[in-house]
Design a protein around this ligand. Structure first.
Ligand code: ADP
Length: 353
């Protein structure tokens, strides 16, 4: 166990190292891609976790590139299937006192928000975040002899600034280190007593995300949204406490931001957005190569994800891709990025006293 992950005096019990779980999800062809007859270049073999990518240039198929992940989902995969196969076990671990993190990575328009939040008001199309609320409260309502305290925070990182989405006027939020973990002092936390409370907090945060930005879609594709859930569980018979923490992250679009605009403000914005995602790539590479130096400090995003990548957490990366050859290069970049993340080892420890 690395010194970084040791938690003296917490009574935490360590489980064996485990790799970041990497899952690829390919969305259906969009109406536009269909109407433009853009060829499909992605083949998913869900049973084997295999994704094949084969470019079509001037009508000719290029050599196929094959990638293997912990799981792979095609356009037919439902939100329910993804949740039960991938997310349910992680949330169960959080309810046993582990830290958990799920982050959605991919180019804008590939389904990160669809995967994390889903479609409002449609039970079948509900995404990971609201399903997590349901699993947590089902567990709480069924568990006897325990007292639960559920606190929720919601923040975004935009141009290397942290914004508290539940108290948008808070100034100068910073990521700090405490013991072996990281935290954000003064980040507002709201105590929740039901699924509905949590949904309300999510909606308030989403609404605050738009304040001051004229183009909501553009803004949300350029900022990283991080929904944090902390569950304190007190066993009233033994008087012991466990704490489970879950970070649910919808990352900014991974496309090269400089493609999209040329004004000075835009270029400044682009370089800061690129900084967070390129730092994330550098952290993933350093961990994958077991490099002695991992550059967590290069961006706010990587500092916040310090525990989730190479630290005390069970982590799932969902790499979202599109099926058409229009985005071939971005899809290849995402698949390569996701492949590197597979070898990152974490050291999850149960937080219990
Ligand atoms: P991103 O957050 O990556 O920018 P979105 O989640 O906004 O992408 O998805 C772009 C569009 O594709 C939305 O209209 C969304 O409903 C649709 N979409 C994405 N993934 C799926 C899917 N697996 N099944 C059906 N529609 C999807």
């Amino acid at each position: 166990m690395s010194a970084k992950s040791r938690r003296p005096g917490t009574g935490g019990s360590q489980t064996p190292n485990e790799c970041v779980q990497v899952v690829v999800r390919c969305r259906p062809m969009s109406n536009r891609e269909r109407s433009e007859r853009s060829p499909e270049v992605v083949n998913v073999y869900p049973n084997r976790g295999v994704v094949e990518l084969q470019n079509v240039v001037d009508g000719n198929k290029e050599q196929r590139k094959v990638f293997t992940y912990d799981a792979a989902y095609d356009a037919g995969a439902t939100q329910t299937t993804l949740y039960h196969e991938v997310v349910f076990p992680l949330v169960s671990s959080v309810l046993e006192g582990f830290n958990g993190c799920i982050f959605a990575y991919g180019q804008t328009g590939t389904g990160k928000t669809f995967t994390m939040e889903g479609v409002r008001g449609n039970d079948e199309l509900m995404g990971i975040i609201p399903r997590t609320f349901e699993q947590i409260w089902l567990h709480i309502n069924r568990t006897e002899n325990f007292q639960f305290l559920v606190d929720v925070s919601y923040l975004e990182i935009y141009m290397e600034e942290l914004r508290d989405l539940l108290k948008p006027n808070s100034k100068h939020l910073e990521v700090r280190e405490r013991g072996s973990g990281v935290y954000v002092p003064n980040l507002h936390a709201i105590n929740c007593k039901s699924v509905e409370d949590m949904i309300k907090v999510m909606q308030v945060g989403n609404k605050n995300r738009t304040v001051g930005f004229t183009n909501m879609n553009e803004h949300s594709s350029r900022s990283h949204a991080i929904f944090m859930i902390k569950i304190e569980m007190c066993d009233t018979e033994t008087n012991t406490i466990k704490v489970g923490k879950l970070n649910l992250i919808d990352l900014a679009g991974s496309e090269r931001q400089s493609k999209t605009g040329a004004s000075a403000e835009r270029l400044k914005e682009a370089s800061k957005i690129n900084l967070a995602l390129s730092s994330l790539g550098n952290v993933i590479s350093a961990l994958a190569e077991s490099s002695p130096h991992v550059p967590y400090r290069d961006s706010k995003l990587t500092r916040l994800l310090q525990d989730s990548l190479g630290g005390n957490s069970k982590t799932i990366m969902i790499a979202n891709i599109g099926p058409s050859n229009y985005n071939y290069n971005e899809t290849l970049t995402t698949l390569r990025y996701a492949s590197r993340a597979k070898s990152i080892q974490n050291q999850p420890i149960k937080n219990e006293d």
